[in-house]
Design a protein around this ligand. Structure first.
Ligand code: MN
Length: 130
C-alpha cells in the first residue's frame, strides 16, 4: 500500500495481474489504477472470463462499479441476481455483502473505485454456492 501520486499521473493499460487465490470461482484479471493509501480511494479495472464470478465479499467504505464491456451478474446478500450491462453504474454500500462477475456466456469488464480503510479495501468471504 502506498499513497496515491501527489501530481498528475497517467497509467497506461497492460499491467493486469491474476486475482489472488480464494477470491473467485476462476482467477480474474485485476489492473490496479490507484493503490490508495489509508483513507484514499483505490481504483482498478477487472476482467472476468465467461462464467467466472467473485466470492462473497464486502468493502469497508463501499464500492462504485462501472461496467466497461460484456455482460455481468451481481447479487447482494438476500437480493436477486441482477444482470449488468455496459454503461451500468452500481454502488455497494459500506459492509454490504455481495458478489459480482461475468455471465455464463460472456466476458465482463468493469472499472471500480473503493476507498481503503485500516489498510484494506475488500474483505473476502466464502465462495458463492451454485
Ligand atoms: Mn465488490
Amino acid at each position: 500500500m502506498s499513497a496515491n501520486p501527489q501530481s498528475m499521473t497517467i497509467r497506461r493499460p497492460g499491467n493486469a495481474q491474476p486475482s489472488a487465490s480464494g477470491t473467485a470461482s476462476k482467477p480474474f484479471w485485476v489492473e490496479m489504477l490507484l493503490e490508495g493509501g489509508d483513507g484514499e480511494m483505490t481504483a482498478m479495472r477487472a476482467h472476468f472470463d465467461p462464467g467466472a464470478i467473485s466470492h462473497w465479499h464486502s468493502h469497508p467504505r463501499g464500492q462504485f462499479l462501472y461496467v466497461l464491456s460484456g455482460l455481468g451478474r451481481a447479487q447482494r446478500d438476500g437480493g436477486r441476481v441482477e444482470t449488468l450491462r455496459s454503461g451500468d453504474a452500481i454502488w455497494f454500500a459500506s459492509g454490504e455483502k455481495h458478489w459480482h462477475g461475468a455471465a455464463e456466456d460472456s466476458p465482463f469488464s468493469y472499472l471500480s473505485i473503493q476507498p481503503r480503510e485500516d489498510g484494506r479495501f475488500v474483505d473476502w468471504m466464502e465462495a458463492v454456492k451454485g
